[in-house]
Design a protein around this ligand. Structure first.
Ligand SMILES: [Zn+2]
Length: 60
């Protein structure tokens, strides 16, 4: 485990998709729930979804 001493502390959170731990940037406007890999996949899925229907929005 790495200890961060600088002000905007990245939180270590578990990806809700694959369970892998990743750094969540404390300064991020939208805290990520997924690791980089999964969020890329999800972003792609999301964009694909939007092409079909603009119904779901679980962005909270
Ligand atoms: Zn993941």
């Amino acid at each position: 485990m790495v200890i961060y001493v600088d002000a905007p502390k990245p939180k270590i959170v578990k990806c809700k998709d694959c369970g892998k731990e990743f750094e969540q940037k404390g300064s991020a406007r939208y805290p990520r729930k997924y690791c980089k890999k999964c969020s890329e996949i999800r972003k792609k899925d999301y964009e694909d979804l939007w092409k079909v229907k603009a119904e779901d929005c679980d962005d909270a």
